[in-house]
Write a protein that binds this ligand. Structure first.
Ligand code: AMP
Ligand code: MG
Length: 518
């Protein structure tokens, strides 16, 4: 019996014929290996070559540093001094192999904009391996792979800067994300809508395995490989799924991924983050925010905002993200069915998303409102308080981050002038503020303010900030990238003197159009 949760057209995918691509000449084999003093485990490589193709990066000439994160260097146990070294720059642009790594391009599939797209990745990222701290290191934009399809295997400077900054911004906000060690540029031309230049982002995460990896093996009928992949993920990252009492470990995996995805998406909604391209290949099995493309932090609050210029139907609009996450989890459930073997079990695991998403979002919104404690009797009123302010913010086209930060600074309602002036509907905000002030009056004002100031960031990576840093970087001025990185690593702190980065967006911000092109 074939079990179906989603009406998916299955498509066989094969990879063997892609392996001998003559365009993929590698010229860096002669260069000596660089020893970074790290211990590499290469866990993914041990899965076998059904899962990837081993290969080296393609070279890029005259590399230059664009952005570097000492914090991420520390995470992987790399001495900070390496971030000033020409050798590391050569290695991470792909010109020099790193001793102990087994570089590979992994293969995955996915649903793009709701349609099964078959094999589509990884056409431009090379996994170097995982370090003894259990973190995988990847080079994104490292050149052609057997999976590049019609692409060039490259990433452009513009999108690489956005990915670097946003990875670290999300981490600073306390939202699970892949991290970024550095961006290295080259003036090698890359054709997109216009001619641009190449860059490579070194990304770091405990795993880069996506829902799309499971879909790849499931929908092509490679169920033995599907099991190897699921067992790998469980053994490395979700060992609790094997505890007795959890039942089927693959259903337990689906349940945990559903719960964690719910938490991650709730955090996106609370902070006003729009991912922009929530295809199943961009969904991490570890529930990390992954693959930063046309993302946007909301400026004015528009629940139906679509940040991806290529998303003409609005599938990935801000307020559709929770439903899309559930849809993507359904695809994962479908892919895991050959291992779960029981449709009801899969649906039950999947459905944990719904209540955990609502609970997580409500808790986050309570914290944004400064509500220190909550019980069943006042939760309905708090829910209405949240719904009402979101309606007012949308109707008055109020800047989302600025509103919350000003409210946090109002001394639990003692001085609300700076909040009121954001609204045209003065009576509406007056009435709401009164209800909110009463709601938080049960708690000590200093504790309310403290909770709000650590729940409502002062700094988010607005599109225009990224754009300004990109424009300067194109002129070889990387100082704005450094400045933004510092701010975004601690976005809840005041950073006196840097208020301009927390200000309203300029008028031209509304004209920035970010598409899937990267
Ligand atoms: P994205 O929408 O950026 O997540 O891309 C979807 C998939 O297409 C990814 O898995 C990439 O591996 C692949 N891809 C994107 N851009 C390129 C490119 N320039 N060259 C080769 N493959 C690409
Ligand atoms: Mg992607």
């Amino acid at each position: 019996m074939v079990l179906r949760i989603l009406p998916i057209t299955l498509q066989c995918v094969g990879t063997a014929s892609l392996r001998d691509n003559p365009a993929m000449t590698r010229s860096n084999h002669r260069q000596p290996q660089l020893d970074l003093g790290l211990t590499w485990r290469n866990s993914f490589a041990q899965l076998g070559e059904d899962f990837y193709t081993p290969l080296e990066a393609q070279t890029l000439s005259a590399p230059y540093w664009v952005g570097r994160s000492p914090a991420v260097a520390r995470e992987i146990g790399l001495g900070e001094e390496w971030l000033a070294s020409d050798e590391l720059r050569e290695a991470l642009i792909g010109n020099r192999p790193i001793a102990g790594t087994q570089p590979l391009a992994s293969v995955y599939s996915g649903h793009q904009f709701g349609q099964w797209a078959g094999q589509l990745g990884d056409g431009r990222a090379l996994l170097l391996g995982d370090t003894s701290d259990g973190l995988e290191v990847q080079l994104k934009g490292a050149g052609l792979t057997p999976y590049s399809r019609m692409g060039d295997g490259r990433a452009v400077l513009r999108s690489s800067i956005r990915e670097f900054l946003c990875s670290e911004a999300m981490h600073g906000l306390g939202i699970a994300s892949s991290r970024a060690l550095c961006v290295i540029g080259s003036d090698a031309p890359v054709r997109r809508e216009t001619m641009e230049t190449a860059a490579v982002v070194t990304r770091v995460a405990p795993s880069f395995i996506r829902f799309g990896h499971f879909e790849h093996f499931s929908y092509s009928g490679q169920h033995a490989q599907l099991k190897i992949l699921a067992d790998h993920v469980i053994d490395q990252h979700y060992p609790q799924c094997r505890d007795s009492g959890q039942g089927n470990p693959y259903a337990a995996l689906l349940r945990l991924v559903s719960l964690r995805t719910a938490k991650m998406v709730a955090q996106w909604q609370a902070v006003g983050f729009c991912h922009g391209v929530m295809n199943t290949d961009n969904m991490s099995i570890l529930c990390l925010t992954l693959d930063y493309g046309p993302f946007q932090f909301l400026d004015t609050f528009d629940p139906a905002h679509v940040c991806n210029h290529s998303d003409t139907s609005g599938r990935y609009a801000f307020n559709r993200q929770p439903a899309i996450a559930y849809w993507n989890l359904s695809s994962l459930a479908q892919a895991l069915l050959p291992l779960i073997e029981d449709q009801d079990l899969a649906i039950a695991a999947l459905d944990s998303f719904k209540s955990s998403f609502s609970n997580a979002l409500e808790a986050l919104m309570r914290a944004k409102l400064g509500i220190l404690a909550s019980d069943e009797t006042n939760q309905a009123a708090q829910r209405t308080l949240t719904e009402d302010i979101l309606t007012l913010l949308a109707r008055n086209r109020v800047d989302y981050s600025i509103f919350w930060r000003r409210l946090s600074h109002s001394g639990a309602g003692r001085d609300t002038g700076a909040v009121r002036e954001l609204f045209l509907d003065q009576a509406g905000i007056e009435a709401w503020l009164q209800r909110w002030t009463e709601g938080v009056s049960a708690f000590p004002a200093d504790q309310v303010s403290a909770l709000m100031l650590r729940s409502n960031p002062k700094f988010v990576l607005r599109n225009h900030l990224g754009e300004q840093a990109i424009r300067a970087a194109k002129a070889k001025d990387f100082s704005q990238i450094d400045a933004l990185l510092k701010l975004l690593e601690s976005p809840f702190e005041e950073h006196p003197g840097l208020e301009a980065y927390a200000d309203f967006p300029p008028d031209w911000a509304g004209t920035i159009a970010i598409s899937c092109s990267s």
